[in-house]
Design a protein around this ligand. Structure first.
Ligand code: HH2
Length: 282
């Protein structure tokens, strides 16, 4: 399955990313409590070193987050979040040749991150906050618009959909329409079904299985399945760091089903798998 009508480029500030092959977004969580790498990179120098290593390993984008949005997590104040991410983004944007993305749902953090050099705003709440829409319209950053049911604190309580694919699609379409009506060019927008954000394992699997139906073909799709709980549920691997192979399998499936970007912790391994997939698929 191919997203034939999707644009061939993603405009992200001063970057124009070609979407001729799937891109790999490497994750850097500058947090004490992220589900898989919390506490490992919460010191700025360790976060910067890790991001550089991911770029070396072949990442096309580095996504920097300062708030865990794992199920049950508490919200972090925008001040604290900015304190975590801004110095890291500044250091990376100054010397990496690839775009740096900020993973935030807070407008002040997005604004300060862009001032520090972030070229992409990745909002797990799908630009629900009208102030985020206004900011998006006033800048030229790339935007990742993700679907999340409710809030991280409660989203895994008992997620319910009549038709998960149709409902996620309707949400993403409506958020993209709001952004475009505010003046955002379509070529800046990427949509993301939000694997694990208010979804059971069955919901995640259905979204991946029917990925081509989850978004309108005009928009590139990003999938973030890396090390997530459903990978653990299916494989029986309790420790997130042990879910590498299952995660790479999910990334490969996603790309074969049309994803333009995969968001992963294990960049080198994902890049290697995608190189083989690309060579075989021609
Ligand atoms: N998943 C997480 C965070 N941000 N952004 C997008 N666009 N898509 C995702 O699937 C996504 C995301 C959760 O993963 P992680 O950052 O590793 O964990 P935590 O939220 O605990 O920091």
């Amino acid at each position: 399955m191919k997203l034939a009508a999707a644009p061939r480029i993603w405009r992200c500030g001063r970057f124009e990313l070609a979407l001729e092959r799937p891109l790999v977004m490497g994750i850097v969580n500058v947090t004490p409590d992220s589900f898989s790498d919390g506490g490992r990179y919460d010191d700025p120098s360790r976060a910067v070193a890790h991001a550089r290593a991911l770029a070396e390993a072949g990442a096309d984008i580095i996504d920097v987050g300062g708030e865990s949005t794992r199920p049950g997590s508490d919200e972090v104040t925008p001040e604290e979040e900015a304190r975590r991410v801004v110095p890291v983004i500044e250091a990376l944007a100054g010397d990496l040749a690839i775009p740096v993305s900020v993973d935030t749902r807070h407008v002040d953090v997005a604004r300060r991150s862009m001032a520090a050099g972030a070229a992409i705003v990745n909002d797990v709440s799908g630009f629900r906050d009208p102030a985020m829409v206004t900011l998006a319209a006033a800048c030229n950053a790339g935007l990742v618009v993700m679907h999340m049911l409710g809030e991280p604190k409660t989203m895994q309580g008992d997620p319910h959909y009549t038709d998960v694919v149709a409902e996620v699609r309707a949400y993403l379409e409506s958020r993209a329409a709001v952004l475009e009506a505010a003046g955002v060019a379509r070529e800046r927008i990427v949509l993301d079904p939000g694997i694990g954000f208010g979804k059971s394992t069955a919901h995640n699997l259905e979204l991946l299985r029917r990925l081509g139906e989850v978004t309108p073909a005009e928009y590139p799709v990003l999938v973030g399945a890396s090390r997530k709980r459903f990978v653990g549920e299916i494989t029986g691997v309790a420790e997130p760091g042990g879910r590498l192979v299952g995660s790479v399998a999910a990334a490969l499936w996603s790309c074969a089903a049309g994803a333009a970007i995969v968001r992963v912790h294990d960049v080198a391994e994902t890049v290697q798998a995608l190189q083989m997939w690309a060579a075989i698929s021609g």
